[in-house]
Ligand binder design. Structure first.
Ligand code: ZN
Length: 483
């Protein structure tokens, strides 16, 4: 039987600015899911794609502003995102760049597949265009005549563009969604997506090259280039062999797709229509993570002064502590505030005082009393069952992508260990050496389990903990943070 394959991709950040805390959230969530799956299925059966979206008007203009060549500009920012992944221990299998030659070729083949289906046509179009959004806005979207996202007055533009017959897929997509109710998380997104799909219209997918020299050429029409997102979206299938390796594509596609709050329309509707047009299966699972809000509970913005810099945070606490907080303290699917005081409290409570403390106590006592630990075959049955039942709950949560809830339960398991040691008092003079050994050996099993379950969340510390436990080395893994 063919071994189960697991492919996860993030969205590709647009490289016109520095990475922000929302990127960190998406990357570390993706990485934690992937690490869990690699432990479960074996590394060779899991594929993890990240990358950068590198075409479009904003990049063209930004590079001009900075007085550098486009190539230098995108290289610089792609590298920034690679470095950023390293900071937070994000180990991708592939870093996809849409400026590559292979991407252009595959995107053009995707276009041709849609065109052959009769889903692409040319049309004159006039409307209000926002440069910031790189798209035409409808009257309905405007607030006081301005783009709600950029606060600028859009300019009237007339162009002849290619359009994608998305409306043709309205009914098929509704049918697909209705028969796959569990395909999107959080479940509260379902109605929102259904509404988006029920309102989809044909969309413009190209620009006049004269206005936008930085894009992929439309096949057989050198006067037009791809609209940036129409090429970027195809990366999810291109990376696993679309148009180059049919077998590889079948092996890996469809993927689990993780994306941010603003991306539901693109990932859940437009991309799904494109897939259907190209004759490809729909995405396996749509995961929309929450938004990281400022300490005041509002959307981060420079004008509110509530922006959290991931670089400052990393310097202050280290990448792994920030990563831990993003996964455990920030709700996986709901919007939540980034609060440094919560970060410190949660780290101290869960890692320093709970898990770390238990690890130290067990290793220290085992050495002081010279008893055997790490012998799984002699763990008390009832104790083992209890630990394994926690483990089942936690792996179920991981399988359901519920990362913050999984973290909560891992903490509960470590807490169970601390309560057990306090109640059993293995250090007490009343305990025989045999009894003491039994208690500590039970706890070493619990600690091994906690460590394994924490390894997708805090991979570096989990490695150190595993090592310390095996070698019975005293180690302060989680020094308490000052409030
Ligand atoms: Zn805009």
């Amino acid at each position: 039987m063919r071994k189960e394959k697991f492919y996860l991709t993030t969205t590709l950040p647009y490289v016109n600015a520095e990475p922000h805390i929302g990127h960190a959230l998406e990357f570390v969530q993706a990485d934690a899911i992937v690490r869990y799956q690699k432990n479960k299925l074996g590394k060779e059966n899991v594929f993890f794609n990240v990358g950068t979206d590198e075409h479009g008007l904003k990049i063209y203009q930004k590079a001009k502003e900075e007085g550098v060549s486009i190539q230098d500009f995108i290289d610089k920012y792609a590298q920034r995102f690679k470095d950023y992944c390293k900071l937070f221990f994000v180990e991708y299998d592939n870093f996809y760049r849409t400026s590559s030659e292979e991407h252009s070729i595959a995107a053009q083949k995707f276009w041709n597949a849609c065109a052959e289906k009769g889903d692409i046509y040319k049309k004159k179009y006039g409307g209000l265009y926002c440069v910031g959004c790189e798209r035409f806005l409808t009257e309905k979207e405007l607030v006081d005549g301005k783009c709600p996202d950029h606060g600028t007055v859009p300019e009237y533009k007339e162009e002849e563009n290619y359009f994608f017959r998305l409306s043709k897929y309205r009914e098929p997509l509704l049918k697909w969604l209705d028969s796959n109710k569990g395909i999107i998380k959080p479940a509260t997104c379902y109605d929102e997506l259904r509404k988006i799909i029920s309102e989809i219209e044909d969309i413009s997918i190209s620009r006049v090259k004269e206005n936008l020299p930085w894009g992929i050429d439309v096949p057989d029409d050198p006067t037009q280039v791809f609209y940036v997102w129409f090429d970027a979206l195809t990366n999810y299938v291109n990376v696993v062999g679309y148009s180059t390796d049919e077998d590889r594509l079948k092996e890996w596609w469809p993927a689990v797709q993780l994306f941010g709050p603003d991306n539901l329309r693109f990932q859940g509707a437009i991309w799904q229509g494109m897939l259907e047009s190209a004759g490809l299966p729909h995405t396996k699972m749509l995961l929309r993570h929450g938004m990281v809000l400022g300490e005041d509970g509002r959307k981060m913005s420079k004008s509110l002064g509530n922006v959290v810099s991931p670089f400052v945070q990393e310097e202050k606490y280290g990448g792994e502590v920030v990563r831990f907080y993003l996964l455990a303290g920030i709700s996986t699917f709901a919007d939540s505030s980034y609060k440094e005081s919560d970060l410190v409290n949660m780290y101290n409570a869960r890692l320093a005082n709970n898990y770390g403390n238990l690890l130290n106590r067990v290793i220290h006592l085992a050495n002081a009393k010279e008893v055997e630990i790490n012998n799984e075959s002699t763990v008390e049955t009832s104790f083992k069952e209890r630990v394994d039942s926690y483990k089942k709950t936690i792996t179920d949560l991981y399988d359901a992508y519920e990362l913050s809830s999984a973290c909560e339960q891992i903490d509960a398991l470590a807490d169970y260990g601390n309560k057990y040691i306090t109640e059993k008092e293995p250090w007490s003079k009343d305990k025989t050496l045999e009894e003491c050994g039994e208690i500590l050996n039970n706890l070493s099993y619990l600690l091994k389990t906690v460590t394994e379950l924490y390894s997708p969340i805090i991979p570096v510390s989990a490695d150190k903990a595993r090592n310390a436990l095996e070698k019975r080395e005293k180690i302060i893994l989680f020094p308490t943070l000052d409030k």
